[in-house]
Design a protein around this ligand. Structure first.
Ligand SMILES: [Zn+2]
Length: 175
């Protein structure tokens, strides 16, 4: 089975969920039942932030921003692959490859977020109180995450979670 995501900067952890079925109808039913609500795969980005709030002459600023980014991708694994007819195996392989491409795009789309968080926090002007600074930090972080979610959702609505993706449709074809 194909399992290479070929990403250099951020290596995603692959989490699998199992599907079963030795004919296409059973397999599709199992994918629909066990897959995530939106699609057959799911990319999960996590950013954890640490930073220092400093004060000098009544001016409060953010410094030492550290962003850690991790990614995991939920992918199906087909228990009955080995015993299935070759043409159904080929359909699965094609679907799987296109699902990888789709999820890789979600990974790509999240790549600039760490820099945005770092830059966003370091660009906050000095504030007269720690409370004021904290508020702006929260708003800044929330806005960057909101933007990322919007970008990710846009990609899913444009491609119908990969089902409508030109020559790369995430669909198990009849054979
Ligand atoms: Zn998607």
């Amino acid at each position: 089975m194909l399992n290479s995501f070929g990403l250099s900067a951020q290596t995603p952890v692959i989490d699998t969920y199992e599907v079963t079925g030795s004919d296409i109808d059973a397999l599709i039913a199992s994918l629909n039942k066990n897959g995530s609500a939106g699609g057959l795969g799911r990319t999960n980005h996590r950013w954890s932030l640490s930073y220092t709030l400093s004060e000098k002459n009544g001016r409060h600023t953010v410094s030492e921003v550290l962003v850690e980014h991790s990614v995991s991708i939920d992918m199906p694994t087909w228990a009955d692959y080995r015993n299935a007819p070759p043409c159904l195996q080929s359909s699965w392989d094609a679907m799987y490859l296109n699902l990888q491409k789709h999820e890789n795009k979600h990974v790509e789309l999240g790549k600039g977020v760490s820099e945005k968080l770092e830059h966003g926090l370091l660009s906050i002007p000095a504030q007269s109180s720690r409370e004021a600074l904290n508020k702006i930090v929260k708003v800044t972080v929330a806005e960057i995450h909101r933007e990322n979610r919007a970008v990710q959702s846009k990609f899913d609505s444009e491609t119908d979670h990969g089902r409508d993706a030109g020559n790369n449709t995430v669909v198990l074809e009849e054979c």
